[in-house]
Design a protein around this ligand. Structure first.
Ligand code: PA5
Length: 450
């Protein structure tokens, strides 16, 4: 049996959800599991992620490790350009597994193209002006506006600095194997490239070159990450909620949703987990929020947020359930020092580690929130290791895919993200959007009148 580095513990839901409620979901879970295994459900063409941990060719993994090492060696700063699924997985892994402060990392990895902001880019260019820079530009479609315009600015800056030919040697493009503007540009300029498998959607792509290359460049062992994910395949499969950990989590959140708990808060107790929550939010939100249904995924960083949104969690609208994401081991142990005068009255904590105190904060919060009417479960992670994270990535991907099928939506499309793009393109005067521009212009004029 695969060694589990993650555990989903829903014992404290007893009272809100009984084992018989979970068992009653077994046929629905079995049907969802079957739709994934025989590719018969909606979005069945986008299930390549299911087998990535075991089917990614060794040659590809080796070439990513080599390219990552080259980027690592040649750059003081690696700029990763991408948005959504083309950046969040790498950022989650790098933040979880690297030292807490960017100055302690070599190379420094800066993310760009996930926002539209001149100051951010200006500051970035000023930060790298005396540094050696390399770029990994990531876009499956190759046409996304945010990374596209950021890449234009950075590429122009690099070509002015290094010259066009040398710039090409500093850029790796990760994109669709055949189509899209980025693929075309990469071929014309001679950039090194990695392919994004056509059957893997953005938010499920962390274990493709989309995530693996920046993660490898950060000095993280991607073989161990894939190994962890492969281990999770064993305990995240099966037709019953008791055998299938991802299935159980999917069932629990669906039962809660049906009972009116429409928001799930992922609450972590370690700052290094912040971007894991951000990645999870995209995975869950974009997969499930459609057809006017879907659990709203939110996240909080404790204990920081206990001093702000903690009040809302304790006494706000009772439509929220909580999944605590807790790390069992940290790399270092710092204890509270003793002072003989005890002027700050903290000697009762002297000798205790920060983790011991954090553990009590978790237990205190858990029971306070349960008493306040917030159903809660806990996801326990062993350590800040590649294996643990690989298991966690796969667990969440499988759980959200199953959960989407339980909600009767296609978890692998995102038709809703097109709405803002169409309006934006129309307002920016993109060809083909003229009719929409006129309609929007008249709506804007109406508003201006009032
Ligand atoms: O999960 C998704 O499909 C999206 O979030 C995409 O990853 C995101 O929109 C970026 O798309 P692209 O990689 O085509 O630039």
């Amino acid at each position: 049996m695969a060694h589990r580095k993650i555990t989903f513990d829903d014992r404290l839901l007893d009272g809100t959800i009984k084992q018989s409620d979970i068992d009653a979901y077994a046929p629905a879970l079995a049907a969802a599991e079957k739709m994934l295994s025989d590719r018969s459900g909606p979005g069945g063409d986008f299930l390549g992620w299911l087998d990535l941990p075991t089917k990614t060719p060794k040659k590809l993994v080796d070439s990513i490790v080599t390219a990552g090492q080259e980027l690592h060696d040649k750059a003081d700063v690696l700029i990763c350009i991408g948005i959504g699924g083309s950046y969040l997985g790498a950022r989650a892994a790098i933040e979880f597994l690297s030292p807490s402060f960017e100055d302690l990392r070599k190379p420094r990895i800066i993310f760009a193209g996930h926002t539209i902001n001149s100051d951010y880019l200006a500051d970035l260019l000023s930060l790298v002006k005396d540094k050696q820079v390399a770029v990994n530009v990531i876009s499956k479609s190759g046409t996304t506006t945010e990374p596209g315009i950021a890449f234009r600015v950075i590429r122009k800056w690099m070509e002015d600095r290094y010259g066009r030919k040398a710039t090409a040697g500093r850029i790796v493009a990760t994109t669709d194997p055949a189509s899209g503007a980025l693929r075309k540009l990469a071929a014309e300029e001679g950039y090194a490239t990695f392919d994004i498998p056509p059957d893997v959607g953005g938010r499920f792509s962390v274990l493709t070159p989309v995530g693996l290359l920046p993660i490898a460049a950060a000095g993280i062992d991607i073989r161990k990450l894939l190994f962890g994910a492969a281990q999770a395949m064993h305990f995240c499969k099966g037709a019953t909620p008791d055998a299938n950990m991802a299935g159980r989590y999917a069932v629990v959140r669906n039962i809660l949703f049906k009972r009116g708990y429409t928001t799930e808060v992922m609450a972590s107790f370690q700052p290094q987990l912040h971007f894991v929550s951000e990645w999870w939010k995209q995975l869950a939100g974009e997969s499930e929020g459609k057809n006017n249904t879907g659990i709203f995924p939110a996240s909080l960083d404790y204990t920081t947020d206990l001093h702000s949104l903690g009040q809302w969690m304790q006494e706000g609208v009772r439509s929220v359930f909580e999944t605590f994401m807790l790390l069992r081991e940290t790399a270092n142990t710092i204890t509270v020092p003793e002072f003989t005068d005890d002027s700050d009255e903290l000697n009762y904590l002297a000798g205790k580690s920060f983790e011991e105190i954090n553990q009590r904060a978790y237990q205190g919060t858990l029971f306070a929130h349960l008493d306040g009417g917030v159903p809660a479960a806990t996801l326990l992670l062993n350590s800040r290791s590649e294996e643990t994270l690989g298991q966690l990535f796969y667990f969440f991907e499988k759980a959200i895919a199953l959960s989407g099928y339980l909600l009767r939506v296609n978890p692998f499309d995102q038709p809703g993200v097109e709405a803002y793009k169409k309006n934006m393109f129309a307002l920016l005067g993109k060809k083909g959007f003229e009719k929409q521009r006129d309609a929007l212009a008249s709506r804007i004029r109406e508003v201006m009148k009032t």
